[in-house]
Design a protein around this ligand. Structure first.
Ligand SMILES: O=c1ccn([C@@H]2O[C@H](COP(=O)(O)O)[C@@H](O)[C@H]2O)c(=O)[nH]1
Length: 231
């Protein structure tokens, strides 16, 4: 599939997620199941979306001791998802344990990516949690750590895409915080438009509210694809 779009199905009600998915074409986007939907609906929603032909990014951002994360990654890999993720700030041993667990999973091998710095965080917010480095520096440190543990890609803001592509050209860059020019930032701090994100080096754009909260989600997706000029 050429499309770089991943639609975030952030719903507490599985039927709402399936209703939105019914408006989407699996050949034009992938879908993301995050903490809200997975906690409400469990693995069944992943199966239902896959049965409809969607590649699923399971965005549970595991962050725990290595053994626990490894077992969680193994369970996620068994669901047959296209991609899953962990927090890079869990440390190198945790990242390596996740890598080994996914590699050891039988059959399908999902992409394993690591979250660097959440797109909802800016420099003052980082300082509140004890990180004095500028955002791009902290993102780079966590990206380097993830690369050294053999991960397949990174979650970052598109604002860091150019620097990360230059440093790690083989890693895929998955960028939330995507906003069309006319759309509010909401709780996102490091945003970029779809076209600018791709131009900066992002491989995949994660888009939630600009599509799910649109009056016409299918039309909003079509507008995003047109903005990306991928069809
Ligand atoms: O750094 C991150 C990591 C994950 N997300 C997730 O992406 C979507 C974004 O939704 P919008 O409605 O487009 O803001 C959401 O599911 C987050 O959990 C992120 O935003 N930033």
């Amino acid at each position: 599939m050429k499309s770089p779009l991943i639609v975030a199905l952030d719903y507490a009600d599985p039927s709402a997620a399936l209703d939105l998915a019914a408006l989407l074409d699996p050949s034009q986007c992938r879908v993301k199941v995050g903490k809200e939907l997975f906690t409400a609906a469990g693995p069944r929603i992943v199966e239902q979306l896959q049965d409809k032909g969607f590649a699923v990014f399971l965005d549970l951002k595991f962050h725990d001791i290595p053994q626990t994360v490894a077992k969680a990654c193994q369970a996620a890999a068994r669901l047959g998802v296209w991609m899953l993720n962990v927090h890079a700030s869990g440390g190198k041993a945790m990242l390596e344990a996740a890598r080994e667990a996914v590699d050891a999973a039988s059959g399908h091998r999902p992409l394993l990516i690591a979250v660097t710095v959440l797109t909802s965080l800016d420099a003052p917010a980082l300082l509140q949690i004890g990180v004095a480095d500028p955002v791009p520096v902290q993102v780079q440190k966590l990206a380097d750590l993830s690369a050294s543990a053999g991960l397949d890609g990174l979650v970052c803001s598109a604002r860091e895409a150019t620097q990360l592509k230059a440093a790690h050209p083989d890693l895929c860059l998955v960028t939330p915080g995507i906003r069309p020019p006319e759309h509010a930032a909401d709780d996102q701090k490091r945003t970029m438009t779809p076209a600018a994100a791709l131009a900066a080096g992002a491989d995949y754009l994660v888009i939630g509210r600009p599509i799910t909260a649109a009056a016409d989600p299918a039309q909003a997706l079509a507008a995003m694809l047109a903005a990306c000029a991928v069809l």
